[in-house]
Design a protein around this ligand. Sequence first.
Ligand code: SAH
Length: 361
Amino acid sequence: MSITTIPQLNKVSLPPLLGGSVDELKTWVQEQGQPAYRGKQLHDWIYHQGVRSLADISVFPKKWRSQVAEIPIGRSNLHHRSVAPDGTVKYLLQLQDGQIIETVGIPTFKWKERRENPNALDRLTVCVSTQVGCPMACDFCATGKGGYQRNLERYEMVDQVLTVQEDFQQRVSNIVFMGMGEPLLNTDNVLGAIRCLNQDVGIGQRNLTLSTVGIPGRIRDLAQHHLQVTLAVSLHAPNQTLREKLIHSARPYKISDLLAECREYVEITGRRVSFEYILIAGFNDMPEHAIELSQCLRGFQTHVNLIPYNPISEVDYQRPSSDRIQTFEQILKQHHIAVSIRYSRGLESDAACGQLRASKT
Ligand code: SAH
């Protein structure tokens, strides 16, 4: 199924309607001289019918429709779409100011039912970008190599989810804020998007995961919002020295301070924190690293996701052998750390973790 594109509305300066709650949309229609119930209709058409222009809302009076036809709802244009052999779909979306971002739709199939219905999906996950580019410039990640342009607005994050939902013609069940960008450098807009995705699009908070490399003080601040979303922290190393080599922004932020904030997050929200650990051959994948990691996380209510490194052209890190990966996993298990290996989806079309950049290949 293809997505229809609409002409760009560069000249319109009114804020987009997407991202608004029922009450905000009711207020907006009333400001336009319409009865409040039209706000509820607008909400339904934006979030559940996928309308892209106010001119297409057939329940609205014709005259008013033509008056407001140019006011942007806030949807992006599809710039490019590619499908990996595993069914993962990568989208390049063009925003109203012409910037391009990447979004990934990740279907999980019901293998048993697939024989009768090849499209039976168990889950549909969207990997949402939170910034255009990324200022963190982690050594191993393609996004940072392209520099940083700007934060995304909440409607631009919600649009990514609606785009995938429409393309698959299937409700999105899970969202991971793991696309381009660092969510905790754009916390207000991310919180706005979480509210909207939860209350307006109807996705349970427990099905949302926010991934961060860690910005001093921001995990503690986030805890005060008492969200039920899962917090994933990109740790990638068991000690400060190794971590700084991979993540230059970690220099002023000691691993012990990061872990202390994570412990506070668990205490305040009652939710466990998960840690992401990219395995890079000969760098952080040795048995002693696994032992050190388990010591770091002792007594912590947590889950570790081991991510075998996905290659990018700019650096010559290698993915470890599967023996090495399994040994690392076994050592964590022996130390009673809940652990799983996450082989990234979409590797063949550069849609996997760390490979996102605003280009087609
Ligand atoms: N800035 C956030 C979210 C974006 S990155 C963060 O750092 O968590 C999402 C995940 O992909 C992070 O865990 C990140 O470290 C991981 N990642 C980045 N580059 C990767 C690569 N080349 N191979 C595997 N995972 C990678």
